[in-house]
Design a protein around this ligand. Structure first.
Ligand SMILES: NC(=O)c1ccc[n+]([C@@H]2O[C@H](COP(=O)([O-])OP(=O)(O)OC[C@H]3O[C@@H](n4cnc5c(N)ncnc54)[C@H](O)[C@@H]3O)[C@@H](O)[C@H]2O)c1
Length: 286
């Protein structure tokens, strides 16, 4: 017991001595470093936190054109038809009431196509932008190619086809196992499940969130949209006038004269990686 106490006493004083020596040594070191590296370290820390705080916000609005080279057809390419169907026959609440099986089959086929498709160079390039910028993608597309391309913040204005939705309460959505929603499959309220997509004539629940995101943009990029479908097309009006705006489309759509866009008349797989390369070397954040 005594020797134990004695041992801990020696250990205790030893520790105090050790700590004091280390303390004085570090004081001397600190004084030496104070005028150069410590100050530099503080500066660097300050710069890094300021940079994160001031990371430029890029908002990208995408349409069907960005997924065209992944094998998913746009409306415009098919004279306003979607895979040979009139929009009114497959993408409206009236169509669902008239012939739910036809609508279900149509979206099951679209889901099959989406699951088989892969992101293209444009989707991957947008994901790369996140290394330098605070990027939000607002997409009109119902495919999930932005997420699979690596983008972290994706707002789906028109829903996403890889989920199902209650036909009674649109807020109830579920993952789908495989490509098919069968007639007779019901939600927790007992109503038929349908694709989680916004049909023409339905409310667009994410539009206000998207408008707020557009208002915050430092840089705005529009890719592959005919700007014919509202309210999505109206989002460009929420982007402040002073913001630099780019549009990438092989056939640039009509733009309102008040918006000054830098036009990149290219396919998405060419134009987007080119613009991303420029933005990655730009000095905006410094
Ligand atoms: N992939 C999908 O999810 C998908 C496919 C078809 C339609 N839709 C739905 O259709 C609606 C149509 O509106 P929209 O404006 O998105 O599409 P849209 O079909 O009206 O217009 C497509 C635009 O993409 C351009 N385009 C064609 N090929 C391109 C390419 N390789 N690179 C870049 N641009 C290209 C066209 O010139 C056109 O301006 C959307 O609301 C969307 O929900 C979605």
């Amino acid at each position: 017991m005594k020797s134990g106490l004695c041992f801990s006493g020696r250990f205790f004083y030893g520790m105090i001595f050790y700590v004091e020596t280390q303390y004085f040594a570090s004081l001397v070191m600190f004084k030496r470093l104070k005028n150069d590296s410590v100050a530099k370290f503080r500066d660097t820390k300050y710069c890094v936190s300021t940079k994160i705080k001031h990371m430029k916000k890029i908002v990208v609005l995408t349409g069907a054109g960005i997924s065209a080279e992944s094998g998913l057809k746009t409306f415009r390419d098919s004279d306003g038809l979607w895979e040979g169907y009139n929009i009114e026959d497959v993408a409206t609440p009236e169509a669902w009431h008239r012939n739910p099986k036809l609508v279900q089959d149509f979206y099951n086929e679209r889901r099959k196509n989406v699951l088989d498709a892969k992101p293209n160079a444009a989707h991957y390039a947008l994901a790369k932008l996140e290394e330098k910028y605070d990027v939000t993608i607002i997409t009109q597309n119902i495919d999930d190619l932005h997420e699979r391309g690596g983008s972290a913040k994706v707002v789906h204005l028109h829903g996403v086809i890889t989920r199902s939705q209650s036909s009674k309460n649109p807020a109830l959505t579920y993952p789908i196992d495989g490509w098919e929603i069968k007639m007779g499959e019901v939600c927790e309220l007992g109503s038929q499940l349908r694709a989680h997509v916004v049909w023409f004539g339905e409310a667009v629940p994410m539009i206000e969130t998207a408008a707020e995101i557009c208002e915050q943009a430092d840089i705005f990029i529009l890719v592959g949209s005919s700007l014919a479908v509202y309210p999505a097309a109206g989002l460009v009006n929420y982007v402040p006038r002073s913001v630099t705006k780019y549009i990438i489309d092989p056939k640039i759509p009509q733009l309102s004269h008040r918006d000054h866009f830098i036009k990149i008349e290219e396919k998405a797989s060419v134009g987007v990686p080119e613009l991303v390369a420029q933005l990655m070397t730009a000095d905006f954040n410094d």
